[in-house]
Design a protein around this ligand. Sequence first.
Ligand SMILES: C[S@@+](CC[C@H](N)C(=O)[O-])C[C@H]1O[C@@H](n2cnc3c(N)ncnc32)[C@H](O)[C@@H]1O
Length: 354
Amino acid sequence: MLLTPFPHEGYRAGRLGRTNTILRPDNFIAEPDAGGDLAATVHVPVLPAETLDGLAPRPGGRYIDGTLGGAGHAALLLERSAPDGRVLGIDADPAALARVRARLAGAVAAGRLIPRQGNFAQIAQLAAAAGFSPADGILLDLGLSSDQLADRQRGFSFAADAPLDMRFDPTRGPSAAELVNTLDETALADVLYRYGEERRSRPIARRIVERRARASIERTGELAGLVAGVIHGRPGGIHPATRTFQALRIAVNDELGSLEAALPAALDLLAAGGRLAVISFHSLEDRIVKRFFQAEERGCVCPPELPACVCGRAPRLRILTRHPIVAGEDEQARNPRARSAKLRVAQRLETSSP
Ligand SMILES: C[S@@+](CC[C@H](N)C(=O)[O-])C[C@H]1O[C@@H](n2cnc3c(N)ncnc32)[C@H](O)[C@@H]1O
């Protein structure tokens, strides 16, 4: 198998009015007894009111949640678009879909929630197949869910010893163990530096290569211990392996490449006036979203020294969040995931419907 550390290569590298959305994810569509434990989610959606305001759902609308996760946002979209709004919920993770099918069985049976397994990089094909083209709103809430982090067998967390996997879709692509045991030392260090902003990337990569020469590294505990032997964490600081784990997860799931593929496809899918909301959790993602929005708002890509436009590209969207929306202190205290969340929202221009 060909393993590439930067599968997305080619990537060059406000505030909306608040409303008091009440978080009632299951008061109208969940089957109270459906699914038991299978249906339980520990994920708390970030910026719920702000995201809903950004997407402005309405009855009868068609919405795509490209990162269904625990369906926190999707349930709110269903609630706000009642009685007949519909949501196509996409997730790469079959376990997330199974949970949502059980938890929101009523909405699925009513045809209002359509769960589909897949990568949001293929949002155009998934939407077309489900009859969601054009769509009135699209949400991407990036990264991993608390359900995935809490599942000890998935290998996302160094808090528990588990197989070093980290794939959102465990049926596809190389696992974190495959990357750690096959990338050469330079490529490994580059992954840690670029995706984890890990300043000690080179000594960590060297230690990994030395260790795997004796036996392959297969468990999260081994990797976390090895990194902790290179970086000595400070009391009260983050675990020394935090950046290494983030970097590997981003590489394993080609998270930046998927985002770069999804943004133009999502914009193409939107109806005139439709909205695109993206929640990111680190600067690499947020930069991609910010630059995409800015480029599509500008339209013209001619060099500034040209006296007149020759590219003919017209603006396709309007940015609704001049600055990213971040969580307030209350939400950050209630939901630690919200601390690094940044929400950006844009609206497809009337003149450029598909
Ligand atoms: C932060 S969680 C979403 C949580 C959700 N908004 C909620 O309120 O419950 C992100 C989810 O997106 C999924 N995901 C991440 N990247 C993906 C991709 N490229 N394609 C499809 N799903 C993806 C993950 O498996 C995870 O379940």
